[in-house]
Design a protein around this ligand. Structure first.
Ligand code: PMP
Ligand code: GLN
Length: 378
């Protein structure tokens, strides 16, 4: 008996294992290959030595929740009560999973936009819900709100919005939030904002958080991740901001999935944010320079690309190179060209004729140069 008979191992594990086996450059799974800020690493050691090694409070260390509430207000103008509206989670993954379990029940429908991050649908199914797929519109991968309207039914309970968007790098615009508000008004729909790349937005654009829009924020759980913000994906610490009623339901699940999150890391994050409250403000420019370097190095390659608007992922269109499907090509390039990427079709519904690979550019410039050399030779 299996509750997820058709679900295999996540593509991130598959490609990282294959990259390691083949000794290929791993630009597949999204993680930086450079260090976390030294002060943050020192902070974890200090917290361990200071004896912060037992259970943290179930909802998160108060100092860290207060820092998150301050940041949320400063960036998005939304005042949140750290006690009642902020919960620290074991990465965004746990936040997303618990939010879905808290909101979706048997027979409920949840809308996701394809290509969709791979953890949403299994969580919806485990909750007894049905996933309704609405494709984004290439080449910009924006949302067709008429299609969303057509997908709504009396059973629609949740809409999952991921901006900046993994894997396409698309970002929501102010008009999207207006359209969304108009659609969900007077309907019993909860919004789940996957905003883990909230600080990684380019070209002068602004991150349109659900938290900026009071009407939407009142029905939203918004998830973020210190893994992205602090270059520490392996620490698996994230958080969820939601109004008190939704937070109460969320914590009913979180307390039995995770209970609490690794204590010394929470101490270190709280101290780091206090000492360097502007760290996240530099991330857009930092990653934009990497995107620009990668795109300029690939200008001489046979791949077509539209520069990502956010995240640390870049899509490569390989239609001029091969007719293979993207899964086969990603595997072949890992084995024979020495570079691992993510095939986009595993995130569902790639429109006909679109052949796309995803590359992670959260890498040292030397790694990006080495990767570009391999890609230009294809
Ligand atoms: N959502 C998206 C869109 C992601 O790209 C990721 C991955 N890094 C996550 C959620 C999970 O984040 P975390 O590693 O903090 O669990
Ligand atoms: N979110 C990361 C990515 O998109 C990977 C997360 C994971 O490996 N589970 O590559």
């Amino acid at each position: 008996m299996s509750k997820l008979p058709d679900v295999g191992t996540t593509i991130f594990t598959v490609m990282s294992q294959l990259a390691a086996e083949c000794g290929a450059l791993n630009l597949a799974q999204g993680f930086p290959d450079f260090a976390v800020p030294q002060a943050l690493a020192d902070g974890v050691v200090e917290a361990l030595r200071a004896g912060h090694n037992q259970y943290a409070p179930m909802a998160g260390l108060p100092a860290l929740r207060a820092a998150i509430a301050r940041k949320t207000e400063a960036l998005y103008g939304r005042r949140t009560d750290p006690l009642a509206e902020v919960t620290v989670t074991s990465g965004a993954t746990e936040g997303l999973f618990c939010a879905i379990q808290a909101c979706v029940g048997p027979g409920d429908e949840a809308i996701v936009f394809d290509p969709a991050y791979d953890s949403y649908e299994p969580a919806i199914r485990l909750a007894g819900g049905r996933t309704v797929h609405v494709p984004l519109r290439p080449p910009q991968f924006d949302i067709d709100w008429d299609r969303v309207r057509a997908a709504l039914t009396a059973r629609t309970r949740l809409i999952v919005l991921n901006s900046p968007h993994n894997p396409t790098g698309a970002v929501l615009r102010p008009a999207d939030l207006v359209a969304l508000a108009e659609l969900v008004r007077d309907r019993p729909i909860v919004l789940l904002g996957d905003e883990v790349y909230e600080h990684i937005v380019f070209d002068g654009l602004r991150h349109e958080s659900l938290l900026r829009h009071p009407e939407l924020a009142a029905r939203s759980l918004v998830v973020s991740s210190f893994g992205k913000t602090c270059h520490a994906t392996g620490w698996k610490v994230g958080y969820v901001v939601a109004p008190p009623g939704l937070t109460t339901e969320f914590r009913k699940v979180h307390q039995f999935v995770q209970f609490c999150v690794v204590t010394p890391v929470q101490h270190a994050l709280a101290a780091f944010i206090d000492a360097d409250p502007g760290h996240h403000l530099g991330l857009g420019a930092f990653y934009q320079a990497k995107r620009d370097l990668l795109c300029s190095l690939l200008a001489g390659s046979r791949f077509r690309l539209t520069p990502a608007r956010g995240t640390y992922f870049q899509l490569l269109d390989y239609r001029d190179i091969s007719d293979e499907d993207d899964v086969a090509l990603a595997e072949r390039l890992t084995r024979t060209a020495g570079i691992a990427t993510i095939p986009v079709s595993v995130f569902n519904a790639v429109p006909d004729g679109t052949r796309l690979l995803r590359l992670c550019f959260a890498k040292d410039d030397r790694t990006l140069r080495a990767a570009a050399e391999l890609l230009c030779a294809i």
